[in-house]
Design a protein around this ligand. Structure first.
Ligand code: PXG
Length: 442
């Protein structure tokens, strides 16, 4: 038993924080104690404009009444129901509501508790699908360099961010990676989808030729890569991936954890690009980030392939204690109601031209080597300080935080993804603040 007498309530040591510079943080802590709509309140009583929707998840803004009420009510009515062999009404209602806004080939939903679990679920569905279809030799999974698919073993195996992979041994076997699509020499300062690089999709053909299609189960990509520092797919790239997958009987998985729920001005990126995956991975905006939850969408063809054998038998040996947790479902329904009532799933399309103009106006700031955008996403790539990679962007993050603006940084890239309720005046405020930070940060 821990000796409680040794701990003090405000001691920061016990919590080993995720993806955090723990030693720096604990010397100079940054805590949020409240939030409303577009703003956080810090422990020292300051307002911080949320330029990142938390971690790309608070799409409707903070502490929205329909969501908080739904959670409160559900907690008092049905707190938990076993997820296996039993159910509760909201899990079914939510699945139907999700299918209503999904790309029209999506027919069924599996629940998870995070983006990482959604990725693992999607990869397992893909492998098992090939097997139930009698194509058990299709075991390979293809990801992409610089891809981010969460932090679990399947996700880091198909992912392509070296810092997230290198400490963890051999990972999943039978995984290959397509090249990333970042070509700053050709595409720097592109507005929207870049002109060059659609042909990089043909690298998938090369990989298929190397391994043979009969060994490949699925390809997984983020339609817009987020965590790596925002890489917008070049024109025609996603359609070409789709065509190659279709030609070779390979499943295409879109990881829509950050693009899902309105980020590009359509409910999902699939609809924005008019490219349909076979499996779609989501989380984050599903519950507005308020309760951990993810959802994996699959086509009828995939689902139906499993529905065979004796009816009393479990068709797919997978699921979590908290799959479709009642309070999570209530939070998701409250989020969908909010998105619907305020037209938030399409609002980014209206804001995108103004957002793009203001974002690209920072081009003349010191050390800016690229700016990219799509929907309500923006990225500003900075020239690294010689010998101290990541420091310039981290300094910008600290300065912005101290000046009342929340930004995200990865490497030397600043990523922006505000709640979809942001106003034009708040877009002005965000970029005015950021300009001051960049001008100071040389
Ligand atoms: N897939 C994608 C595409 C993601 O962006 C995950 C899976 C994993 O989700 P969970 O819920 O397990 O974290 C993500 C998560 C950032 C940032 O600042 C991005 C994520 C998480 C935290 C920070 O870019 N993406």
């Amino acid at each position: 038993m821990s000796n409680r007498l040794n701990s003090t309530p405000n001691d920061l040591r016990a919590f080993w924080m995720p993806f955090t510079a723990n030693r720096q943080y604990k010397k100079e802590p940054r805590l949020f104690v409240g939030a409303k709509d577009m703003h956080y309140t810090t422990h020292d009583g300051r307002q911080v404009l949320d330029g990142t929707a938390g971690l790309w998840c608070v799409n409707a803004g903070h502490c929205r009444p329909l969501i908080t009420e739904a959670i409160r009510e559900q907690a008092g009515e049905l707190d938990y129901a076993p997820a296996f062999q039993l159910g509760h009404p909201k899990a079914f209602e939510l699945a139907n509501r999700l299918i209503d806004i999904a790309p029209d080939n999506m027919a069924h939903v599996l629940y998870t508790n995070s983006g990482s679990e959604s990725v693992e679920t999607a990869l397992k569905v893909a492998l098992a699908y090939q097997r139930v279809k009698g194509q058990g030799s299709r075991t390979r999974l293809i990801g992409r360099e610089r891809g981010y698919h969460g932090v679990n073993f399947g996700g880091i195996s198909v992912g392509g961010i070296v810092t997230n992979r290198k400490m963890f041994g051999t990972l999943l076997t039978g995984v290959d990676h397509m090249p990333h699509t970042h070509q700053p020499a050709k595409n720097a300062f592109s507005k929207g989808t870049p002109e060059h690089g659609g042909d990089l999709a043909d690298e998938l053909e090369r990989i298929v030729t190397l391994h043979d299609a009969s060994t490949i189960a699925a390809v997984i990509v983020e339609p817009v890569a987020g965590s790596t520092g925002v890489l917008i797919p070049p024109k025609s790239y996603l359609q070409r991936l789709r065509d190659i997958c279709t030609k070779h009987g390979i499943l295409l998985i879109f990881d829509e954890v950050i693009t899902g729920f309105g980020r590009l001005g359509t409910p999902f990126a699939s609809q924005y690009f008019d490219v349909k995956p076979d499996i779609m991975v989501t989380a984050k905006g599903l519950t507005n980030g308020v309760i951990p939850m993810g959802a994996v969408f699959v086509t009828a063809e995939i689902h139906d392939a499993f529905m065979q054998g004796p009816e009393h038998m479990i068709e797919f040996f997978h699921g979590y204690t908290y799959s479709g947790n009642p309070i999570a479902c209530a939070a998701a329904l409250g989020s969908l109601d909010t998105y619907r009532d305020e037209n938030l799933l399409t609002r980014a399309a209206e804001l995108a031209p103004y957002w793009e103009e203001k974002l690209h106006s920072l081009r003349d700031c010191p050390n800016v080597i690229d700016i990219r955008n799509l929907g309500l996403i923006g990225a500003i790539e900075l020239k690294p300080i010689d010998g101290e990679p990541t420091k310039r962007a981290f300094n910008a993050f600290l300065n912005a935080y101290n000046d009342g603006l929340l930004i995200r940084t990865t490497g030397d890239i600043i990523a922006l993804s505000p709640p979809l309720i942001i106003t034009h005046a708040q877009i002005d405020e965000l970029f005015d603040k950021l300009r001051k930070v960049l001008e100071k940060n040389i």
